[in-house]
Design a protein around this ligand. Sequence first.
Ligand code: C2E
Ligand code: CA
Ligand code: CA
Ligand code: CA
Length: 279
Amino acid sequence: AKDNGRNQYLLCTDEIKSEINKEKELINSLYRAMENDEIFLVYQPQVSLHTEKITGVESLLRWNHPKLGLISPSVIIPLAEQTGLINPIGEWVLESACAQNKAWQDMGIPPIQMAVNISASQFKNPQFIDQVEVILKKTGLNPEFLEIEITENIAILELNEIIGKLNGLKALGISIAIDDFGTEYSSLGRLKMLPIHRLKMDKQFVDGIGHNHKDQAIANAIIQLGKSLGLSVVAEGVEYEDQIAFLKTSECDLIQGYFYYKPLGVTELEKILISGCDL
Ligand code: C2E
Ligand code: CA
Ligand code: CA
Ligand code: CA
């Protein structure tokens, strides 16, 4: 059962890339994708290790291309960046995710946090904070239930600029997580200055738990670092019971991975959220 979902994309990344590069009307095709509901979001639950309850979900982009089938976000996002469509797509993602979370609350489901991935170029956009504010107003979502995930790639900006932007976002009342923590250029001097709430430990360290001494030592160090800085820590890509045992011992806060849940469609997730409450 652990293998389900791994081969969810019909073609391998390189094949898709060359196929897509052949499309002359790529920009139109991506616009059309947004208009025709070819792009959609799936949601992967984050589970508290203490309570085993779902505390939030991460929204993940999918494109059901009429000719090419299901396309991975690791293809869509770089394409969107190349074609300048990252802003409209990013806005669509943010608004859809916020609207969905508000809709769940309106159904009476106990509130959970919605995490949304923001690429470095979106974050760089001078309009970004305004976009977030407008979307929160438009959807009516309480900002405390929105979290944005940024990566260490935002280091392309000046430190002062990053801190200024993050403070602006924090002032809106939303949370900020550092995604893929430990994989890019991580400066601890920088980390201590950033007004963030959460670290997402990359899957590569989780993968080493139980068989790679160094990865396991780093996994433990990231969790302890996060805790001592007052940040919550999410372990990503958790697939196996022995990883759970280790993460419990290290007192990691949250788990996101196939061990509990794969990314789910709205209907499937709703059933799970509803069955966990007294609706
Ligand atoms: P990410 O933000 O690190 O998201 C986690 C990825 O790991 C997701 O892949 C998720 O499906 C996968 N995953 C989660 N648990 C497990 C597990 O236990 N085992 C394995 N093998 N994989 C697991 P996905 O959905 O293909 O997304 C890939 C990347 O695309 C994301 O990595 C993120 O960087 C980017 N992405 C996805 N949606 C968006 C979006 O809306 N905006 C932006 N800017 N980037 C996005
Ligand atoms: Ca992420
Ligand atoms: Ca990640
Ligand atoms: Ca990643």
